[in-house]
Design a binder for this molecule. Structure first.
Ligand SMILES: [Fe+2]
Length: 163
């Protein structure tokens, strides 16, 4: 696979949390704009605009995702926030240090893979798994409560046996 080739969205990356999936999809679309640029004919401004847009949206997305994690009481929020922080720094470093489109495309491919694929597949999926385990726990808890409600009192059904 060429290093110059864009990284594309795949439904396999879906978490099943709509608000987050939509943003992940948009991040893929933004980064693919970079790969649509022509190495010889694109201007510095075009490049700056695309990287600026991607970087700004990535921050917005991380902020929204962190708010979501907080809203569901996600236990590893602090660690996940640190990963976001590291990715933001890494991206800033790449943008600052590379000025040639061909080099940037290669470096951004690495970043995009880290931000968009590895992070989603390894870390963001844990948010969904946490949510599922929480729902399951509630179901078990509810079921236990229901069991108590439905508990059959044998002394009522067959009082003769107990009198
Ligand atoms: Fe994340």
């Amino acid at each position: 696979m060429s290093l110059n080739k864009a990284i594309l969205w795949d439904d396999r990356y879906k978490l099943g949390i709509d608000a987050i999936d939509i943003q992940h999809k948009k991040l893929f679309a933004l980064v693919s704009k970079l790969y649509a640029l022509d190495d010889d004919n694109s201007t510095k401004e075009e490049l700056k605009d695309i990287l600026g847009e991607f970087s700004a949206y990535m921050r917005t997305h991380f902020k929204d995702e962190e708010e979501y994690m907080l809203s569901i009481g996600y236990l590893a929020l602090k660690e996940h926030k640190q990963l976001h922080h590291d990715l933001i720094n890494k991206l800033a470093e790449v943008i600052k240090s590379s000025h040639r489109l061909s080099i940037l495309k290669i470096k951004m491919r690495v970043i995009a893979k880290r931000v968009l694929i590895d992070h989603i597949v390894r870390e963001d999926i844990k948010i969904k798994l946490f949510e599922i385990s929480k729902i399951n726990k509630n179901l078990i808890f509810d079921a236990e409560e229901d069991d108590n409600d439905d508990e059959i009192d044998i002394t009522e059904i067959m009082p003769d046996l107990y009198t």
